[in-house]
Design a protein around this ligand. Sequence first.
Ligand SMILES: [Zn+2]
Length: 327
Amino acid sequence: MTIKRSIRLFALVLVTLAFTGMPPASRGQWSWPWSGGPASPAVVAVLDVGQGDAILVRSPEGKTALIDAGPTREGAVTALKREGIRHLDLVAISHHHSDHYGGMEEVIRQWKPRYFLASRSGHSTKTYLKLLQAVEAEGITAIQPTSRPRKIALGSVELTVFAQAPEDRREENNNSVGIRLKYGSFSVLLPGDGESPERRWWLEHEPDLVRDCTILKLAHHGSRNGTDAHWLDAVRPELAVASMGRNNEFGHPHPETVSLLRRAGIPLLRTDRLGTIAIESDGRSWKVVRPALLARRGRPTQDDVDRVAASTTDDAPTKPARRTRVR
Ligand SMILES: [Zn+2]
């Protein structure tokens, strides 16, 4: 498939997924601490895939979405199998960098999801084009952000895809697809690797989608260009999560980001220290369910996180840092 044809594929195929509903209001008065209940919770898992992102969403009805697929073919596949995922309804690529799409072609070949979401950014590589060919070959419906926010119903979990910011031809990170996940009053902000210019654009154009999110997935693996005080003031998360490889060559997360979060009293959960991080919500309260050591502590403080990370790091074998060409 030529580049032109790939672009045409995206330009032509626009599908609107109907938004079918919110979590039922009669979910019961579940409050913290978690009391369990009759319905399955929604789960958001930041998968341990090394230096990259891969975020798995499961709705209470069993609908599934994978936002990014990490840097390698094996990483995402292994993680999804470990999660017991038999089908994927939606896969998304936050932006066209290989630490986010490296595992996606294999995921598409094996799971054959129904929908593929990615931006129209012109930034491309041979590997990315091969991924697009797989999307076409498997008959997967390609969708993309538009000039207005669009809602995707994943069962009773609602994903709002931000309007696409103007294309940045120099810095692909700023072409990240922004997504806000909402389930009742629980929400998660997924800003890809969006750096200051894109985050500023979001704050200006989509302030309500950015503000007051329960959980923030840090942009750009905790890089200093992925978080700033103004951004944190707007998002006001109760918890931050970030995905990066152990001893990665970029120094992620950067100390500036870590101290910003500390000053704001926002605990940070990192995949390089904790492995896969999973958070459950019943649409009202939330809790960390993995790593198991942290789950016992309920809603964790930074001290809890540090203690668990220290005990996990002591036992775990040291993985070599994965090298990627992405900043
Ligand atoms: Zn990245």
